[in-house]
Design a protein around this ligand. Structure first.
Ligand SMILES: C[S@@+](CC[C@H](N)C(=O)[O-])C[C@H]1O[C@@H](n2cnc3c(N)ncnc32)[C@H](O)[C@@H]1O
Length: 270
């Protein structure tokens, strides 16, 4: 396990499927922290929905749709007659959406984004929200996305920048520099995304979402650390009780813990 963790687990599909995303709990620990403590003028999923610009009669494919938060958050404003296909590599994630979204506009399929099982020119928009950094074969995924997009259709690809939540890693390092973990660079991130997408699409725009976390409780923050176990932060190696106390002291001293985010999306089309 330790040896294997030195590979980049972020695009190791076996780890992702059997550990990180087997069930929804790791993912939900992280989204809960964002949900509870984000300070922003526009919630993340409203921002993504605004750029999606979904029109009546359009067909949308989401790759790696996770727990379907984009749709749960924007359910009230969806056009009546659109068709939305939610797909994920993990059955566990897909089950959770099927339980929470029951609506005739939605369709569900277990599917690897590298092998899209829909015919050519089917969709007006393909969405890949915080998931392209997980796919081992980026070029193949791009070929598949372009194949299923209608002429004039667009890809919305959201991701993080290299500076995303730096304080999370700084706290671990300050608490105990001896473990010497390395922060993993996401293979598809806000810094590398323009170049990667320009190799595939003739028009690429980037839009940055401005937000940060103002955390006022330690427990959800510790749950966040635990959720990253299979994403390269081996939290089990740390004295968790002592680390929680360290975070609590930081919080008591400052009255808050500020964590900066770097998030955004690309719109790509040919
Ligand atoms: C960080 S979550 C994002 C979920 C959702 N898009 C959101 O933003 O709330 C990443 C999702 O990608 C899925 N995933 C990982 N590799 C995949 C692949 N090759 N094909 C499809 N989905 C994949 C995971 O199972 C997980 O549900």
């Amino acid at each position: 396990m330790e040896g294997k963790m030195s590979e980049n687990p972020v695009n190791n599909q076996k780890y992702l499927l059997e550990q990180q995303y087997k069930r929804t709990d790791n993912f939900t620990s992280r989204t809960d922290l964002h949900e509870k403590y984000t300070i922003t003028d526009e919630p993340w999923f409203s921002f993504v929905y605004r750029y999606l610009n979904l029109q009546p009669d359009q067909k949308v494919l989401e790759l790696g749709s996770g727990t379907g938060l984009l749709w749960q958050k924007n359910f009230q404003v969806l056009p009546e007659n659109c068709e939305i296909h939610l797909t994920d590599l993990s059955e566990g994630m897909l089950d959770s959406i099927q339980n929470s979204i029951q609506d005739k506009r939605f369709h569900f399929k277990q599917m690897d984004a590298q092998n899209i099982t829909y015919p050519d020119a089917t969709f007006d928009t393909v969405i890949a929200n915080h998931m392209l950094y997980h796919v081992p074969d980026f070029s193949k995924t791009m070929r598949e996305i372009k194949r299923v997009l209608k002429p004039g259709g667009k890809l919305i690809a959201a991701t993080n920048g290299n500076a995303h939540m730096t304080e999370i890693y700084d706290f671990l390092y300050t608490f105990d520099p001896t473990h010497g973990f390395q922060r993993r660079i996401l293979p598809f991130n806000l810094d590398s995304g323009t170049e990667l997408l320009k190799a595939e699409f003739s028009h690429v725009e980037q839009h940055i979402h401005a937000s940060y976390l103002r955390i006022t409780e330690v427990t959800p923050l510790v749950a966040y650390y635990r959720s990253m176990q299979t994403l390269g932060v081996n939290f089990a190696l740390y004295n968790q009780q002592a680390f929680s106390e360290f975070l609590q002291t930081t919080l008591d001293n400052d009255g808050q813990i500020i964590v900066h985010k770097s998030q955004g999306l690309f719109i790509a089309r040919n």
